[in-house]
Write a protein that binds this ligand. Sequence first.
Ligand SMILES: NC(=O)c1ccc[n+]([C@@H]2O[C@H](COP(=O)([O-])OP(=O)(O)OC[C@H]3O[C@@H](n4cnc5c(N)ncnc54)[C@H](OP(=O)(O)O)[C@@H]3O)[C@@H](O)[C@H]2O)c1
Length: 286
Amino acid sequence: MVKKTITLNNGVEMPMIGFGTYQITDPEVCAETVCNAINVGYHLIDAAPAYGNELYVGEGIKRSGIKREDLFVTSKVWFTQFEPEQVRKSVMTSLERLGLDYLDLVLLHWPFGNVYGAWRTLEELYAEGKIRAIGVSNFAASQLVDLITYNKVVPAVNQIETNLLCQQFDLRKWMDKYGVAHQAYAPFGQGIANEMFSDPRVIEVAEKYGKSTRQVALRYMLQRGIGVVPKSNHVERMKANLDIFDFELSDEDMEKLHSMDRGQNLIFHSQAPETVEIATTWPYYD
Ligand SMILES: NC(=O)c1ccc[n+]([C@@H]2O[C@H](COP(=O)([O-])OP(=O)(O)OC[C@H]3O[C@@H](n4cnc5c(N)ncnc54)[C@H](OP(=O)(O)O)[C@@H]3O)[C@@H](O)[C@H]2O)c1
C-alpha cells in the first residue's frame, strides 16, 4: 500500500501529493485556486518567489481557514538571491507574503551561483526553527553528492522534473543512497508534453483500472516512492488528481509504464551549459 506521507531524513512527515502553484498569476484566480485546492484535500502547497504569486498563495491559504499545523508549505530561493543576506531576506519575504511564521520546506530552486553560501544560510535558518526541512531542486547527482559531502545538513528533498517520459532512475539511485526524498515537478509534463497521455501503454493501463491516464501517471510515481505536486486551475481536475489511493498497479503494469521513459528532461535542461548562460536573464519577481 502507498502511504499518504513520506518521512523525510530529519523525521518530518511530508504529504506524498501536493498542489503546484506555478503559472497561476492572476491575484484573485490564484487565491481562489489555492483555497479550492486546500478545501478539496491538498495538504501540501508548493510555492516559490520566482512564481510571482506568493502573496496570493498566502491569501488562498488564509481564505481556506485550514489550521497551520494541517498544512505543509514549501517555498524556494531563486539562484540570483544566493548570497547569504539575500537568502535570509528571500525566506523572510516568503514568510511575510505567505502569512506564515515558519515554512515546512525551503528548496534552493536551481544549482547555479553561490550554492554553498545559500545552503549554509538555509542551514542557519533551519537551526533557528524558521524552516522545518531544507532541500534542493534541479540538482544533478554530482551536485547533490558535492553539497552533501562538504556541508552539515543532508538535503531532505530534491525536487526534479519527473513524469512518464522523464523518470529519473539514475539520479534517484544517488538520492536513495544519501536519503534524499524524490519529489516530482511537472508530473504531467506541464501540459506541453501531452503526447505522453496518448501513448497506447498508458491508455491500456488506465482502461484496465478504470482510471484516467493522468491518475495512472501519478499513481505510478507514488508507487515508486515519489512525491508529486500537480497543478490545475480546475476543481474537478484537482479532485481527480487526488483520487489515486484506491487502486494498485501490478508489477507488470509498472514495467509497462517504466518502458515509456526517454531518460531526459522535457521541460528544463538544468544541466545544459546553455541553460546556465541564459539563466540570469530569466525574470525574477522581487
Ligand atoms: N522546482 C522547479 O524548478 C519547478 C519547475 C516547474 C514546476 N515546479 C512545481 O511543480 C508544479 C507542477 O508542475 P507544472 O505546474 O509545471 O505542471 P504539471 O502539474 O505537470 O501540469 C500542469 C498542466 O496539467 C493540466 N492538468 C492538471 N490536471 C489535469 C487533469 N486531471 N487532466 C488534464 N489536464 C490536467 C493543467 O491544466 P489546468 O490548470 O487548466 O487544469 C496544466 O496545464 C508547479 O506548479 C510548481 O509548483 C517546480
